[in-house]
Design a binder for this molecule. Structure first.
Ligand code: G6P
Length: 606
């Protein structure tokens, strides 16, 4: 949510900042801006709209080897030129870019206004620039420290001073800040994606840390001023992984990458000798794992829904009660934390604020948290004492696709591990390991049937409302299918457990409302067929996602077939065509697929 980029070195900053903003646009895309320092002056350009809009406002040559830039996802104040970052103080000496929320902004602002100061924007961030200017000190770092002492809330900030052209000061409390180490040049960003083109050596700031960044290096310290020591980390994401390649959209590319991504999630984790799985980051001995009586899974958006699938897998395979809950709900209801519960925090980005806050609450109350995270070194990954990385590779489209699938695969690995310590037999373990190994090729075959899925998309694209129904793990598939469709196509979609249909939503079924039915050929097949009959009796068109087999005992309007896995893993495959379905509906409607309106990839505010 909101992207920050900064550069200090020997080259002109502007092209580097613009390239970085393009890379980070998935974090926010309602306005953008940059400021560079040259000859004791700030040159600031801001624009409502996407980064390419900002590009049209920049002079052909913008000189200056130090600069900061920002792409915004509005929280305080509408998207506009004025509300875009960077923000400055009244003398235009300091420029600041900010991610997060200053909670006492209104109070601080009122104090300045009572002294006759005029604000140019409605943002909470502008007050930070005023505070820095109002805190004169020997060094920029000390001014920033002084200002931050007066602030409550969350921030990741980068600040430049027109009178000290050789440095950027950054600070973090709750919103990520990363330093990239180059050859006599340094980079600053909210996300490693903006840096990998220039360097693979990065440093993550911790909460309460500040850094002074110059071309020849950096110094980190606490807000109180005590020096801190950092160890740089190497990021392994390649440039190609971050590019769109031959695909029109990142979403399409990431859907297509799933076979490879699943292979990476599985890599080195299947133990054929004992027919179990090996999870290096779990760091819990067998005896400790046997003491686990319950599993509680927390996440937001698709991560939460992947958690619903994970809960099913754990209950089925390990016979341990498991339940998923949106992290935001959990953290606000003063949850009971139990010593024999294993808590699992799920997050692609590793930065989602509500998930982070939930895990911090659990830790504070003495609970054990395992992280299922994609981004290595992210805040949630670092905050969890133990974790399983997805290794899905970078996901740039705002909506989750390959990371949803890889999270489900990671849950399958965890469930098999817990199961094999309990009642899952050697034969059961072998059956599931073989099924996991078959997944990449099975996903490939689903992707090869894209034309069939696109035909269903054409049929439902003209509807204004759609329903998704399923039972048990199939309900999680329905939830994710409906979420994907609304996120990228803006078509109103709702998911229901198939059994709940007659308790309300059936009133809405008509020839104008298509229903997608998740119809695995399992023990609930006959029940799901009855659901289809109920819908058809009200004239509702039905589209089914099912397994190959004998002709269906009921007429339907469209069929998408996916290969059969083991019953416990079927949900994982049944979800894949629904990603393509959402993609093709969005394509037919001409939507901004990779950056849907009002959404952001990583939601780092409450
Ligand atoms: C946002 C994104 C979703 C994502 C959710 C959780 O809402 O738009 O696609 O599922 O955040 O993100 P996380 O990074 O924690 O998995």
């Amino acid at each position: 949510m909101c992207g920050i980029v900064g550069y200090v070195g020997k080259r002109d900053a502007a092209p580097i900042l613009m390239e970085g903003l393009h890379r980070l646009e998935y974090r926010g895309y309602d306005s953008a801006g940059l400021a560079v320092v040259r000859n004791g002056k700030l040159r600031t350009y801001k624009s409502k709209g996407k980064v390419r809009e900002l590009e049209t406002h920049l002079p052909a040559k913008l000189r200056g080897a130090t600069g900061i830039a920002h792409t915004r996802w509005a929280t305080h104040g509408q998207p506009s030129d004025e509300n875009a970052h960077p923000h400055s103080d009244p003398t235009n000496r300091f420029a600041i870019v900010h991610n997060g929320i200053v909670e006492n902004a209104a109070e601080l602002r009122a104090r300045f206004e009572s002294q006759g100061v005029t604000f140019l924007s409605q943002t909470d961030s502008e007050v930070l620039a005023h505070l820095i200017a109002a805190t004169p000190a020997e060094t920029l770092a000390d001014s920033v420290r002084g200002a931050l002492r007066l602030v409550t809330g969350t921030y990741g900030i980068a600040v430049v001073d027109a009178e000290r052209a050789d440095e950027i000061v950054v600070a973090r409390n709750g919103s990520p800040v990363i330093l990239g180490i180059g050859e006599r040049e340094m980079f600053v960003a909210s996300d490693a994606a903006a840096l990998v083109r220039h360097t693979q050596s990065i440093v993550h700031l911790d909460d309460g840390e500040l850094a002074v960044v110059r071309a020849d290096g950096y110094e980190t310290s606490t807000l109180a001023g005590g020096a801190t020591v950092k160890t740089p980390l190497t990021v392994s994401w390649s440039q190609e992984a971050l590019d769109k390649g031959d695909h029109e959209h990142y979403m399409r590319k990431e859907i297509a990458e799933q076979p490879e991504a699943i292979r990476r999630t599985l890599s080195g984790r299947l133990d054929d000798r004992f027919q179990t799985t090996h999870l290096g980051g779990l760091e819990m001995a067998a005896r400790e794992l046997l003491e686990v009586r319950r599993v509680k899974i927390l996440g937001c958006g698709s991560a939460y829904i992947a958690g619903c699938m994970g809960a099913q897998l754990i209950e089925q395979l390990a016979r341990v009660p498991a339940h998923a809950e949106p992290a935001s709900e959990f953290r606000y209801r003063n949850p009971v934390i139990e010593p024999d519960t294993l808590y699992v925090a799920v997050s692609q980005s590793g930065e989602t604020f509500d998930t982070l806050a939930a895990l911090q609450e659990i830790k504070r109350k003495g609970g054990r948290v395992l992280g299922l995270v994609n981004v290595v070194g992210s805040t949630i990954a670092r905050e969890c004492e133990r974790g399983v990385y997805l290794h899905a590779g970078p996901e740039i489209a705002v909506v989750a696709t390959k990371t949803f699938t890889c999270t489900a695969v990671a849950f399958a690995l965890l469930a098999i591990h817990l199961g094999r310590l309990r009642d899952l037999s050697t034969a059961g373990g072998a059956r599931l390991l073989a099924a996991l190994k078959a997944l990449p090729a099975q996903v490939e075959s689903i992707l090869a049937a894209e034309a069939q899925i696109a035909a269903v998309a054409t049929a439902i694209a003209s509807a204004t409302d759609a329903y998704f129904v399923g039972r048990a793990a199939g309900f999680a598939v329905a939830l994710e299918g409906a979420l994907k469709l609304k996120e990228v196509s803006y078509l109103h979609a709702e998911a229901y457990p198939a059994s709940e249909l007659k308790h309300g939503p059936l009133a809405l079924i008509s020839p104008a409302t298509p229903t997608v039915v998740v119809l695995p050929r399992d023990e609930l097949f006959a029940k799901n067929i009855s659901t289809i009959e109920e819908i058809r009796a009200r004239g509702g068109p039905t589209y089914v996602v099912t397994h190959p087999g004998p002709p269906l005992p009921v007429a339907v309007d469209g069929v998408i077939e996916v290969p059969k896995s083991e019953p416990e893993l079927d949900a994982l495959l049944l979800n894949v065509p629904l990603q393509l379905l959402a993609y093709h509906v969005a394509l037919a409607k001409g939507r901004d697929i990779d950056q849907p309106r009002n959404l952001a990839k990583s939601v780092t505010v409450e």
